[in-house]
Write a protein that binds this ligand. Structure first.
Ligand code: DP6
Length: 317
């Protein structure tokens, strides 16, 4: 009754920001992401033989705030009458700081829990279960460039290109190691209720998705860069124009954007994206990776630089 899984975070190039249905955690729009390979969450899920309290250790420490969401995801997969679960999770990058740790965590959880419970679930069912726990987690079940589409009452996912078909590098400038001030779930609700830009954001998302889809199909880096930066800044405009405003950036976030602009001015194939946190993710061709890391390390306020290629979806180890 024990299974161990691994999942990597994914970085959205066309973002998910807002829910159509909060109860079922159904996103308001589709999104498109890349799954990473060097950052990971490894998770062991073990079911007892009878019901009881679940336990959760993340990097050896108890995580009481995460437990309710984890419990709900386990109920979803194994049923509310399920036995108690012992969960141990290990993560090789900072958690809750806008590095998509919830994406890899819930992708790993759905994968290990379903195996430990003796189910033979297909990838899409696991992605849907992970997505009900955290919308972005659904994408971490799939490798490479992943599109999430939203149907009338469920999501569908597909890989548009594998890591081998278009190997890109993602370099993360870590500008703050602590947790974010407001969770994305809470902030999305604030945005939907208060941002004057929210409706326009939702309405224009299909346009950005089709531009990104075409760019991936054509392996057109410049076209992907243009739509990804635009979509990222548009999402942050929705956040900034919410009441209360949701501002995840710090001064090092802006300094890292300037570093990216300087590289682009020299003709380098790089672009940035930023999620619900102050870290800046820089996507580049692999031959640019060393230069990107050097430039970000020199940027004022950047405390660490992580680098990853594109990788596989969640799996049992
Ligand atoms: C900015 O998946 O964390 O990273 O479904 O409420 O758990 P919940 O939200 P979450 O939101 C991710 C938001 C984002 C953009 C993205 O990954 O698409």
């Amino acid at each position: 009754m024990r299974a161990i899984s691994q999942a990597q975070p994914n970085i959205a190039l066309v973002k998910y920001w807002g829910k159509r249905d909060v109860e079922n955690n159904l996103p308001a729009t589709g999104s498109l992401s890349v799954t990473l390979d060097a950052l990971w969450t490894r998770m062991s899920v073990e079911f007892d033989d009878q019901p009881g309290p679940d336990t959760l250790l993340v990097n050896g420490a108890e995580q009481p705030t995460m437990l309710p969401r984890v419990r709900r995801c386990l109920d979803d997969i194994a049923g509310a009458e399920r036995p108690a679960a012992r969960i141990e999770s290990e993560c090789n990058f900072p958690i809750a700081a806008g590095l998509a740790s919830s994406a890899s965590a819930f992708a790993a959880l759905a994968t290990a829990a379903s195996k430990a419970n003796g189910r033979r679930s297909d990838r899409l069912s696991l992605a849907r279960a992970a997505g009900r726990a955290s919308g972005s987690a659904a994408r971490s079940l799939y490798p490479g460039f992943v599109e999430l589409e939203v149907g009338p009452d469920n999501i569908n996912l597909s890989t548009l290109a594998t890591p081998e078909q278009w190997p890109l590098t993602v370099t993360v400038a870590v500008t703050e190691a602590g947790s974010k001030p407001v969770s994305s779930s809470a902030a999305m609700i604030i945005s939907r209720q208060t941002s004057p830009f929210y409706e326009a954001w939702v309405e224009r998302q299909p346009e950005d998705l089709s531009a990104a889809r075409e760019a991936v199909a054509a392996r057109d880096f410049a076209a992907l860069a243009a739509v990804a930066e635009h979509n990222c800044l548009k999402m942050h405009s929705v956040m900034w124009s919410s009441r209360p405003s949701v501002v995840y950036w710090n001064s090092a976030t802006l300094a890292a954007l300037e570093s990216v602009r300087r590289m682009q001015d020299r003709g380098d194939a790089v672009f940035f994206t930023i999620d619900a946190g102050p870290q800046v993710k820089v996507v580049s061709l692999p031959e640019m990776a060393t230069e990107v890391a050097d430039q970000l390390r020199k940027t004022a306020g950047v405390i660490d630089v992580l680098q990853s290629g594109l990788g596989d979806g969640a799996r049992i180890l």
